[in-house]
Design a protein around this ligand. Sequence first.
Ligand code: SF4
Length: 716
Amino acid sequence: MTEMLLKYFREQQKQAETERIYNTQCPYCSMQCKMQLVEQTHVKRKTYKTIGRDNPTSQGRLCIKGMNAHQHPLHKDRIQYPLLKVNGEFVKISWREALDYIKEHVTEIQEKNGADALGVYGSASITNEEAYLLGKFARVALKTKYIDYNGRLCMSAAASAASKTFGMDRGFTNSLQEIPFTECIMLAGTNIAECQPTIMPYFEKAKENGAFIIAIDPRETGTTKIADLHLKLKPGSDAALANGILKVIIEENYLDERFLQERVNGFEEVMQYVASLEFSVIEEKTGVPLEKMYQAARMFGQRETGMIFTARGVEQQTDGSAAVRNFLNILLSVGKIGKPRCGYGAITGQGNGQGAREHGQKADQLPGYRSIENHEHRMYIADVWNIEEKDLPRKGVSAYEMIEKIHDGEIKGLFLVCSNPTVSNPNANFVKKAFEKLEFLVVADLFESETAKLANLILPASSYLEDEGTMTNVEGRVTLREASFPRRGEIKHDWEILCEIAKVLGKEEYFSFSSAEEIFNELRIASKGGIADYSGITYERLRAEKGILWPCRSLTDKGTERLFETRFAHSDGKAMMVPVSNQAIVPKAKITKKYPLYLTTGRVVSHYLTGVQTRKSASLSARNFESFMEIHPSTAKKYEISNQELVQIESSYGRIVVRSKFSEGIRPDTVFVPFHWADSQNVNNLVSEKLDPACKMPGFKVSAVNISPSVKRSSY
Ligand code: SF4
């Protein structure tokens, strides 16, 4: 830092007359780093900065996003009043008018078309209390079966794979504290260096302690740099690569036979299937040389302890659930789970990607990870909610399928909370058309996102600085996010908004909450006895213990650091292995003459999701103010593309224009584009609508595209 800058900061420091500290948690990724907003009042103005706070997960660290997280909630563009669209323009109205508007339209649509003509689209960025309440709101206040959320596009494959294999889906089977002491780590389809930067020291420490790290990714990233072995596979071939590794493990007998016999079902079938596969076919399909598969299998098989982590690279495919299951097959075959320093982690993307998938926002789910189609589960929740079981709607459809129903005219109105689906969904051009068809769209958000712009009514929601509640982080650790920053204008918390709408709809008796803690106390009862049992967790305990790993079944239960030590969560206590084909049932994009390159997508460190919040941050925007296409220089040469040039990328679904960025680290048959930008830079305009049949995850990670310079070059 220069002398001049230091002098400036010292002066600022001197001038501060008062200082206030607000405790909270970062609103972005699943690390949920604890932080403090420091507000200093100077003679003429206030200044703000964000600093890290010690806690068991992030240990006081913050990444660049966290350090600048105060910039968006304090931004001048925050929505502060209900806004109604009149003649194409948003005008400020009162809450009374907004609630009357909602009542009128809900009543009219449902009287004409039935309860299911309304849908609810939730978010994995909201608190557990709000996710729980949103599920209840859909089923009790609106009586619709149509509710799903943006986590469907993020965590559904890992969740489905863990539920089917282990009988339970908690993202990490161990706490993060075990990572530095494990001896072999497989990082499959995850770029933690950019997506969850404060988790990196756990892996760096493991490396210092001698761990062998295997990274699986079509491109070199900050994460692959720490790896001892990088398997640079073709996009979409993860399931086949796992088969290759498994085949070596079986062939060279690194199996934990006792573990397989006592604790696992289905290994024989997997063994037979894998034996029928040819290495040469796997090598061709994955593009990974056989000797590298051998090296990975030997290191993982021979070391005493090991862990596997998956993320969206494996999961966001039309066989994402099966591909994750195949990595779990590897883990189970060598018996590296349920023991110290052995386990699995699905590295959640969104802030509350874990908690938001547990308590009823999903189309087929009731709180506590209960099933909406299970009679006993329905009876239990109906009792907690004080309704008749017969009045509880049945299961609905997944997020993208809900949008198809909007397009078909079956769903006519939608409540949308803290999400930007017209940018984040695949086949984004179609999604936007569907949203334009809605008769009634109400959006609760911080900003006029691309989707909010299409709304009839926008409601001003509170941010992570203002909205207290619990979040469940990447480990499955429930934490209390304190938040007491004063709200501007007429901003309300999401839970308050839901309670007020329920009240005007005549459902006040079910939604008479006056704090997030009261909602949490109902959630505790609703989750009791379920897979995700929070019943022993209280706000008081969370304050004192700095977070508790679920399940936590009583007030004296300390929570569960390591899962599956003696039994898995299936009724017979055993894990379930299944053979996984090299070929997805729903075919992935194929390379053709017309579309000769793979396109894969992901994140950059300075942005979060569709960038609605991070694009408002001057510091973060300055780092990446536009999208780009990473391309190997040899490929660029073939297509006559220069570095930093505008390039048109086209698939059979649409076209976008972004700037080229040369990288020697990407496969020559693949280009990479991040997904944080909208409109003509929205990479989801290029992505197919095909879904994984097991979990309805779209295949974001593999498209087939063509590229060309965007404009004919001319000299001036
Ligand atoms: Fe922590 Fe994630 Fe926020 Fe970075 S983005 S500060 S890693 S929670």
